[in-house]
Design a protein around this ligand. Structure first.
Ligand SMILES: [Zn+2]
Length: 317
């Protein structure tokens, strides 16, 4: 475990043991000329210890992660720390947040722009800032996300096999499901993994909609990781997650009106009815069934679906 020597330098500011500081990062400006700044909250314990980096809102419409960190900051969950450092970035994509959008205004996705650059697109510049300034100081990273528009993710943590410590971190965090997923090209998770950092992605609910259970579980996971790392003295009950080694989406074989009959979080049997697709005239009726027993870890809340749309995200141990 890397022990942080004192003081910690972030964006030109020195933050000493026992000190808490809000560090502002300029991230660009609006066409109106208004300057945009992202705020990072740094908490340091007096004793040396690991540095935990908590990131949310890289996709501006993924509100549950933003709310998990906002609520945690508001409730004073990070202070005073016994040891080590916690860095909290509750809203990385200010532009997407104010536009209710996953992406930046040019349609680019920060989480597909890593490791980023100094002179590229805005997404690439923001990714580059995170890669250069935040990832190097972190020993453990949790990146909070939410399902897409109308795609609901049951509370889950995603990790990859590329770094053995990522599975360990996932187990400390705990969640109803721990899902093994390969890293996506040009994502934060890929860059952090290449840097040898244990990193997990937390997923809960769908975009622009609160998921109260997922928010509570996210906070509990942070408390468990902090206690496990010795950053706090807190105790949290150990979860008993279902560990899934593979997962895939069941896709619509027809377009039409979609009604799901099985909610996420449940275990389903081969051939069981998961949902139905109907045509608007009451004539055609297609039942959606799994081809094998599975856990349902996500579903589509859209009323109207097209051929090939993901309907249910199924996972297997
Ligand atoms: Zn996301």
């Amino acid at each position: 475990m890397i022990m942080k020597e004192q003081p910690l330098k972030l964006h030109g500011q020195l933050i000493h043991p026992g000190e808490n500081r809000e560090v502002g990062y300029p991230v660009g400006s609006l066409p109106s000329g208004h300057r945009i700044q992202a705020s990072i909250h740094v908490y340091r314990g007096m004793a040396p210890g690991p540095c935990l980096l908590l990131l949310a809102g890289m996709h501006g419409d993924e509100i549950n992660g933003v709310e998990i960190l906002r609520r945690s900051l508001d409730e004073g969950m990070f202070g005073p720390l016994v040891a080590g450092t916690v860095i909290v970035a509750p809203l990385l994509n200010v532009f997407g947040f104010i536009n209710f959008s996953r992406d930046l205004s040019d349609g680019k996705d920060i989480n597909r722009s890593f490791p980023g650059s100094v002179k590229g697109s805005l997404a690439s510049r923001l990714a580059g800032q995170i890669t250069r300034e935040l990832l190097p100081v972190a020993d453990y990273i949790v990146d909070f996300h939410t399902g897409g528009a109308s795609r609901y993710n049951f509370t889950q943590v995603r990790y990859s096999d590329d770094n053995a410590a990522s599975l360990e971190l996932a187990r400390w965090f705990g969640a109803p499901f721990l899902v093994r997923k390969s890293v996506i090209g040009h994502s934060l998770r890929k860059t952090a993994t290449r840097m040898g950092k244990p990193v997990i992605v937390y997923e809960a609910g769908e975009s622009l909609r609160y998921d109260p259970a997922g928010i509570r579980e996210g906070q509990r996971g942070i408390r468990r990781v902090m206690a496990h790392l010795g950053i706090t003295n807190g105790e949290e009950e150990s979860p008993d997650p279902v560990e899934l080694s593979e997962s895939t989406w069941v896709r619509a074989t027809h377009a039409g009106l979609f009604l799901w009959a099985t909610s996420s979080g449940s275990f389903v049997r081969k051939g069981q009815t998961l949902g139905d697709i109907h045509d608007p005239h009451g004539k055609v009726h297609h039942i959606v069934k799994p081809s094998r027993d599975a856990w349902v870890i996500g579903h589509n809340n859209a009323a109207v679906v097209s051929l090939g749309d993901g309907l249910f995200h199924l996972g297997w141990t």
